[in-house]
Design a protein around this ligand. Structure first.
Ligand code: MG
Length: 172
């Protein structure tokens, strides 16, 4: 049986994952509207992954006999000055998500909830990847600066990203 503390903290995290998805969908829409189709497509996949993260937590609460409570999703920004600004925002946001996952992990440890700790291991590893990916893209964008050809190449490359169902959701 899940403690109320853990149940509440996971519900908060579910809202946070949906908010992340909303943020990336807004970024996708923004870059679509300014003709950066590759970046728009990259963020559309990022949006799907965040909603998947929420589903992983929802499945977990259901499996443990917890109670899912969906709360309203707060408003997100709608435009960014440049790809570099958006990816800097993405990195900053992912660092915040990492801190939240780590807090949840610490809570699971304090509560001696080993199943929750185990489930969170996947998210701990996922956050390392999220931060690394955002940083790599920032490095590339910084390297090419305002150069149109460079941005065009990065846009094309990011457009090749494909969507993969996260392992905890496979077959569910
Ligand atoms: Mg996430």
């Amino acid at each position: 049986m899940l403690s109320k503390k853990i149940n509440d903290a996971i519900n908060e995290q579910i809202n946070w994952e949906f908010w992340s998805g909303y943020l990336y969908l807004a970024m996708s829409n923004h870059f679509e509207s300014v003709g950066r189709k590759g970046i728009a497509s990259w963020y559309r996949i990022q949006f799907k992954e965040e909603f998947d993260h929420a589903l992983i937590f929802i499945n977990y609460l259901n499996a443990r006999g917890g109670k899912v409570e969906l709360s309203p999703i707060a408003e997100v920004p709608q435009s960014w000055d440049s790809p570099l600004q958006a990816f800097a925002h993405t990195l900053e946001h992912e660092q915040q998500v990492t801190r939240r996952i780590h807090e949840l992990y610490a809570l699971a440890e304090a509560e001696h909830d080993f199943a929750t700790r185990q489930m969170l291991n996947w998210f701990v590893a996922e956050q390392v990847e999220e931060e690394e990916t955002a940083q790599d893209i920032i490095d590339n964008l910084t390297l090419v600066g305002e150069d149109g050809t460079g941005i065009f190449q990065i846009d094309t490359e990011l457009g090749q990203r494909t969507y993969n169902v996260p392992a905890p959701l496979a077959g569910k």
